[in-house]
Design a protein around this ligand. Structure first.
Ligand SMILES: [Zn+2]
Length: 62
């Protein structure tokens, strides 16, 4: 699995950052929004498995 491919999948298509606003009580069908610009990223269901396998991508240094 290519890490860069995953990072690209996670980033915000509007501003290019990887900062998600994830509620504590996240469920599969909640909407995930970009913390930076507030853009809609998709449903939590689509990201959950990615975060489970690569938690380090949550807080990139750049
Ligand atoms: Zn954004």
């Amino acid at each position: 699995m290519d890490p860069k491919r995953l990072d690209h999948k996670l980033d915000c298509k509007a501003c290019g950052t990887i900062q998600m606003d994830i509620p504590d009580n996240a469920t599969e069908h909640i909407s995930i929004h970009c913390t930076s610009c507030g853009g809609y990223l998709g449903e939590w269901e689509n990201f959950r498995t990615i975060f489970t396998s690569r938690p380090a991508t949550l807080r990139p240094s750049t």
